[in-house]
Design a protein around this ligand. Structure first.
Ligand SMILES: *[C@@H]1O[C@H](CO)[C@@H](O)[C@H](O)[C@H]1NC(C)=O
Length: 332
């Protein structure tokens, strides 16, 4: 959803001088979708590019090999997310720094003494990528930093970065005691090097929450957000008409199905009002679609060609120039 948040602000700026211009009139025209993802077998960043503008059919780029590989921290990435600024000149691939195949790995250890950093690759153009860096975003009381995502804020020329974490008492230096519940945290950054102090974003009494992502809905301040409610491992949807930091209303689980995580939502580029939602069933994505996102009701998509084995990532609409550049640099 990176661009649209910028657009609402550009739209607002223009609106004062040219009242008839709607945000959608100045939206870049998108021709396809780029999925940034990883697999359990190979915890690296992989690109899948849609065949034309078909949201259900993709080619595995870079001859079916990793596009980006982490050489920092655990040397493994999970939960990859592609962020871009308003004029599409700063791209950041961010990811969880976690290797579930490391010797002595356990989920308990991973949440007590896991990485407090995210892995960051940067690019001016989506094809020339920096070496990875490890950037600490959390306090020393945090046990882990999972599933980062980011939203560009045109007004302040920075990204708001969100992730899931749990925290131990300051006196519990070794994180051996009881932690608070998993919650969504955030910080802001202009360069993915220095961040503001991390703060709670979603901390629900009684409900542990991880894996949060947003979808801009085309009207200034209107957003959906999706997260994993860990009580029964279901993905929940909430809506706001008052911005990211406004009031949110729950629409409940997007499907009664359990054991789902890693929601990745994207707007259909040819059918206005249609949205897609990829949900990771711990093995791979299951695609869902809705014609009315405000209903919170989603149906399994009829995507017989959707590739198997894709996990928790993000979907980015791309322009013709971006589509061609990424395909040229990382041929299928
Ligand atoms: C999380 O899910 C449980 C049911 O599994 C539900 O009772 C609870 O209200 C949900 N929490 C939120 C914040 O939606």
């Amino acid at each position: 959803m990176h661009i649209p948040f910028a657009l609402l602000l550009i739209g607002a700026k223009l609106a004062s001088s040219i009242p008839s211009v709607a945000a959608s009139d100045i939206a870049p025209s998108y021709v396809g979708y780029l999925i940034s993802t990883f697999s359990d077998v190979e915890p690296t960043v992989k690109f899948y590019l849609s065949n034309g503008n078909d949201p259900g059919s993709y080619k595995f780029l870079n001859r079916r090999k990793a596009a980006l590989i982490s050489t920092v921290g655990t040397r493994a990435v999970r939960d990859v997310f592609l962020a871009v600024n308003g004029d599409r000149t700063m791209w950041y691939m961010i990811a969880t720094d976690l290797d579930v195949k490391a010797p002595g790995f356990s989920w308990d250890k991973a949440t007590r003494k896991g990485s407090r950093s995210i892995v960051v690759f940067s690019s001016p153009n989506l094809v020339d990528w920096s070496a990875p860096s490890l950037v600490t975003v959390e306090d020393s009381t945090a046990g882990m930093v999972w599933a980062p995502s980011a939203v560009w804020d045109e007004k302040t020329s920075q990204f708001h970065v969100f992730w899931a974490s749990k925290h131990y008492q300051a006196s519990d230096k070794d994180h051996t005691g009881k932690a608070n519940q998993d919650r969504i945290r955030y910080a802001s950054t202009a360069d993915f090097k220095t961040f503001t102090a991390p703060t709670d974003y979603i901390a629900y009494p009684g409900t542990p929450v991880i894996d949060q992502e947003f979808q801009y809905l085309g009207t200034p301040g209107h957003f959906a957000r999706f997260f994993k409610n860990e009580t029964q491992s279901q993905v929940y949807q909430e809506m706001s008409t008052t911005g990211l930091f406004g009031q949110w209303k729950s629409l409940g689980p997007v499907t009664p199905q359990k054991s789902l995580e890693g929601p990745a939502c994207f707007a259909d580029i040819k059918n206005p009002g249609v949205y897609h939602l990829l949900l990771d069933d711990y093995k791979q994505y299951i695609p869902f679609t809705t014609m009315d996102i405000s209903s919170g009701k989603w149906q399994k998509s009829n995507f017989p060609l959707f590739p198997s084995g894709l996990k928790h990532g993000s979907v980015t609409p791309v322009t013709q120039a971006e589509y061609e550049a990424v395909e040229r640099r990382f041929p299928a």
